[in-house]
Design a protein around this ligand. Sequence first.
Ligand SMILES: Cc1cc2nc3c(=O)[nH]c(=O)nc-3n(C[C@H](O)[C@H](O)[C@H](O)COP(=O)(O)OP(=O)(O)OC[C@H]3O[C@@H](n4cnc5c(N)ncnc54)[C@H](O)[C@@H]3O)c2cc1C
Length: 461
Amino acid sequence: MDKQKIKNTHENIIIGGGIVGAGVLRELSLRKEDTLLIEKGDFSSQTSQSSSKMLHGGIRYLENFDFALVREALKEKKTWTELAPHLTKQEMFYIPVYKESKWPLFFVRIGLFLYDLLSLFKNPKRRVLNAKQTLKDLPQLNSKNLRGAGVYSDAVVEDSKLALECIYDSIGPYSSAINYAEVESVEKEGELWKIKVLRTLNNKEETYYSRNLIFATGPFTDQLLKKLEVKWEPKMILSKGSHIWLSKGSLELGHPMVLQTKDNRVIFVIPQRDAILVGTTEKALDPNSDIFNIQASEEEIKYLIDVLNQYFPNSGVGKDSILSTFAGVRPLVAEGSKERGKVSRQHKVFSPEKNMYVVVGGKYTTFRVMAEDVVKRMFKDQGRPFKRDLSLAPLKKKSVIGMYPRESKITEEEVKKIISEEFPKTSEDVIKRRLSLLYPDELQLSNSQIEQMINDFRSDN
Ligand SMILES: Cc1cc2nc3c(=O)[nH]c(=O)nc-3n(C[C@H](O)[C@H](O)[C@H](O)COP(=O)(O)OP(=O)(O)OC[C@H]3O[C@@H](n4cnc5c(N)ncnc54)[C@H](O)[C@@H]3O)c2cc1C
């Protein structure tokens, strides 16, 4: 083997640097496995930055009797609130109930009991409030036909930062990760996979080799495996979800809420990052649509605003309350003819070819279990023992900027530290994912100044 080939050969290569790829990298690095992660854009720049930012069991999956999933997700929620308290926060969520609601109050009461039971009663105390008590906690809420509210605990998370921290935690003697590197082709060369990669910022081609290849490409899996000509039957149902960020003060809201909608869905309204996150929608996408650059549509924005106005009729929330919007695609795995909203969020691991693994489905909350399961399957095929729960170790390296709100403005020194320690390549990587900034005036640096700082750092190193 020539020198370059030796340098570019790894035991394992992971394709995809969202939360699942980051979790798999961490599993393998904790096992001292030589591994490289390759991500087309910035790390965590697709679905894993576009979630509703909740670590949750998924109270509405109880309706589908998906108890195993809810139990597993509740356990993982607890794990990550303990392992990453600087990026997560337990909150009490309110489900207001009206005369015409799909879930009446007694149903909510049973649901909350089951939810607590599945968490082995490790959640903070649930409550059921009458209408008067509900309005005391949520004074702007529509009082007409209000029956009360269920109150239960779930957690919020800084989604892109947790994925980034799993990557920072892994990089070291055994593991590495590259961003802005698109996998363009994959073929077998002897016992190794030969992987051609395009470095998208300078258009350079590179070739890597590995014994094992793991796809953690979320909703992009079917489209990518088709392009790479892997033996694979399409399995994904593409379902778009959009959110809006409202400026702080546009609603008087001390608690996150779960709003039941007229079309039998639920919308989350979550005070977070010194703003209010509202979402999500649910829209079927054609399997061939371009899902790398999806945006919230006018129709989806109107839908979310209409739901808010139904619950908060005197708040004056409208389009001018919106700070920004974003959209993502759920990585659902097809299960017969089930309705989109009812498809299970359970994950699956496949091995379409020898030494090739594909992990699909799941939720952000369950990424650690997904990562364990794909590595376990790989070890089993290699006849090696697998020890669970190594990844319950705390994360070693924290993001420079944790959760908002914070007391002071972001300083130039902090941005410099991010550039030198957190692998951003563009100003968007800094602003959107390392800072997660919603109010641009909180940063006294322009995009071009940040780009310049990145270039200066890269030419010095
Ligand atoms: C609207 C919405 C709300 C959600 N809310 C929640 C929630 O509140 N809680 C929860 O638990 N879950 C939630 N989810 C689900 C959760 O966001 C996803 O399950 C999770 O983020 C998927 O992570 P992933 O790593 O599999 O996919 P991704 O984050 O999409 O990562 C896949 C990566 O593969 C990369 N890739 C693709 N092709 C290539 C290539 N050729 N070369 C290199 N890299 C490539 C992509 O660039 C991408 O970064 C939500 C999902 C959506 C859409």
